[in-house]
Design a protein. Structure first.
Length: 581
């Protein structure tokens, strides 16, 4: 008896003391588990007078919205009912130690085959704001995308006045033809793929396109209120300007990170980026409706879709006002004014306004020292035409794109599995060049030799390496703005400029105080951008241009971040239902 009495007193003591500690601190708000089911199925959709069968989630276009709070766990079961292989990426989610749920096909998982399913399992930690999810294989994200909204923890306010209402505004790109056929054909012929037929807001092209007046996104607002627009660019290949006629927008967040608020008439948003803006509605009934429009920002030489998507901002009639007899048709319609299609000075100016909040509550943890430096050239190039034929790329070659002149060859098995199980042989090598093998005048007169090399080369980073990466655009086949997206991390954009990066002069101007923190950044056309991140998330992390055509051409690579020493610094084991190749 006595012998068994002692341990239980000790246990009781331990219980009491932990109970007391528990009472001394504010009650931690624990996240909940949220379940979603994504049935990938074909769905007939009509746009621009064309009926088309699209790959969809649950028959919806755009797909369903995922809403969670910071700290929540998400369990999303994806069931594939279509002939295509599929995988879904939760764009911008940090996936701490849960890389198996990241989604890029052949990087963190084999795709989900027809008739198979996979449960994406991850916990949202240290993030709140607007992100999105999309298919991450071939060009299926053309129709398979939707908002991913992370609310702050219960009871935690926004760092701005609580909006009256929140609305997702998600841009897409519509193709009358099958996007899979378009990219497959382009990769066969070596030429540029056909461009889209329309841009869409929440899946709707709007009145500036044929047959589309009935397919217009309408935002009905009340007088004198503040609306939070969660703007997402899910378009395949185009950066977009966005503006609402006669209204000013206040930018408060980018890529699910709060920013120092600033006012602007127009925002610029690249594929892969998200921007939260506040819209203050007019205090008095304006007798008018307003266009909200988006059209591309284009710097490259390829043909592009130069059309404009329009939605309509409509004011609700004030109750029992004398306006009640006015019909919508009698109201004047104001058009929004957007920058010129190639307005790079707008792009530069807009980028310079984006600053981290850098407050006590939301600090900007910019790495102050750098362990490892990288310099990557980003740009287009060519590959030889196969089978001695003439291809439709430049001078009979095939279009390619590369990082440090390596055009990334996709493996046929998943990189993360190969890494985790120590089976990299024949799958990938770890000799990705840290700098261009042959330096040249990157933004000067392009060299005659435009050929890229091919390989599945990765960079290995020890856990907690502090990385500085300069991404330098090249003028090979034309300078162009490239929105580069890094999986598994946010990074800080510490500097950017035009021409060639100067390692002696440019770092002196880096902003290490309040640089914007994000997951996708535009490498300026004919310029460079410098980013820093702390490699504190073990796994294999894809990095690529979020212009899908450039990804298809090989503008992609991956980082391996090794496990740390502590148990909570290691990649979790793969889930049992991880798809097989
Ligand atoms: Cu939104 Cu790897 O992409």
């Amino acid at each position: 008896m006595g012998a068994s009495f002692r341990p239980s007193t000790a246990l009781l003591g331990a219980f009491l003391s932990s109970f007391m500690i528990f009472c001394l601190y504010p009650k931690p708000v624990l996240g909940i588990t949220r379940h979603y089911k994504f049935n990938i199925k074909l769905q007939n959709v009509t746009r621009l007078c064309h009926i088309k069968s699209i790959v969809s989630v649950n028959g919806r276009f755009p797909g369903p919205r995922i809403v969670a709070r910071e700290g929540d766990q998400l369990l999303i079961k994806v069931v594939n009912h279509v002939p295509n292989n599929i995988s879904i990426h939760w764009h911008g989610i940090r996936q701490l130690r849960s890389g198996w749920a990241d989604g890029p096909a052949y990087v963190t998982q084999c795709p989900i085959q027809t008739g198979q399913s996979y449960v994406y399992n991850y916990t949202i930690s240290g993030q709140r704001g607007t992100l999105f999810w999309h298919a991450h294989i071939s060009w299926l994200r053309a129709t398979v995308y939707g908002p991913l909204i992370i609310l702050p923890k219960l009871g935690v306010p926004y760092p701005f006045a609580k909006p009256y209402k929140e609305v997702a505004v998600i841009f897409g790109e519509w193709f009358n033809a099958d996007p899979e056929a378009i990219i497959n054909q382009a990769l066969q012929t070596g030429g540029g793929p056909n461009v889209s037929d329309a841009y869409t807001i929440n899946g709707l092209p709007g009145p500036l396109y044929n047959c589309s007046a009935k397919d217009t996104f309408k935002l009905k607002v009340k007088l004198g209120k503040t609306y939070l627009l969660r703007v997402i660019n899910a378009a395949l290949n185009d950066e977009l300007f966005f503006s609402i006629a006669n209204h000013t927008l206040t930018v408060v967040e980018a890529d699910a990170v709060y920013v120092k608020p600033f006012n602007t008439e127009t925002i610029l948003i690249a594929p892969g980026q998200t921007t939260n803006v506040l819209l203050k509605t007019k205090p008095r009934y304006p007798n008018a409706t307003y266009f909200m429009t988006a059209r591309p920002y284009v710097t490259g030489q390829a043909t592009f879709d130069n059309s404009t998507v329009a939605g309509i901002l409509e004011y609700e009639l004030p109750p029992n006002g004398f306006h009640s007899s006015i019909s919508i048709k009698e109201l004047s319609l104001f058009k929004s004014i957007l920058p010129a299609l190639n307005d790079t000075s707008f792009a530069t100016n807009f980028a310079s306004k984006l600053r981290s909040l850098a407050s006590a509550r939301f600090p900007a943890n910019v790495p102050q020292k750098v362990d490892k430096q990288f310099f990557f050239t980003i740009g287009l190039g060519t590959s030889p035409c196969q089978h001695n034929q003439t291809c439709q790329g430049p001078n009979g070659t095939m279009f390619a794109a590369s990082v440090n002149n390596v055009s990334f060859a996709m493996p046929t098995t998943a990189l993360l599995q190969a890494h985790f199980f120590g089976q990299s042989n024949g799958v990938y090598t770890t000799d990705f060049p840290s700098d261009p093998t042959i330096p040249f005048n990157y933004t000067g007169t392009p060299t005659n030799n435009t050929m890229v090399t091919n390989g599945t080369k990765l960079v290995v980073l020890p856990f907690n390496t502090s990385v500085e990466l300069i991404m330098q655009d090249t003028s090979i086949l034309g300078a162009e703005s490239h929105p580069l997206h890094l999986h598994g991390f946010n990074f800080f954009v510490v500097g950017q400029g035009f021409g060639n990066f100067d390692p002696n002069k440019d770092p002196k101007n880096f902003n290490l105080v309040d640089p914007i923190e994000r997951n996708t950044v535009g490498v300026p056309s004919g310029g460079w951008v410098a980013i820093r991140f702390l490699a504190d998330n073990p796994g294999v992390w894809f990095m690529h241009c979020h212009l899908e055509v450039h990804t298809s051409w090989g503008l992609k690579m991956a980082w391996i971040v090794l496990d740390g020493k502590l148990p909570n610094q290691k990649l979790l084991p793969p889930p049992a239902d991880l798809p097989k190749c």
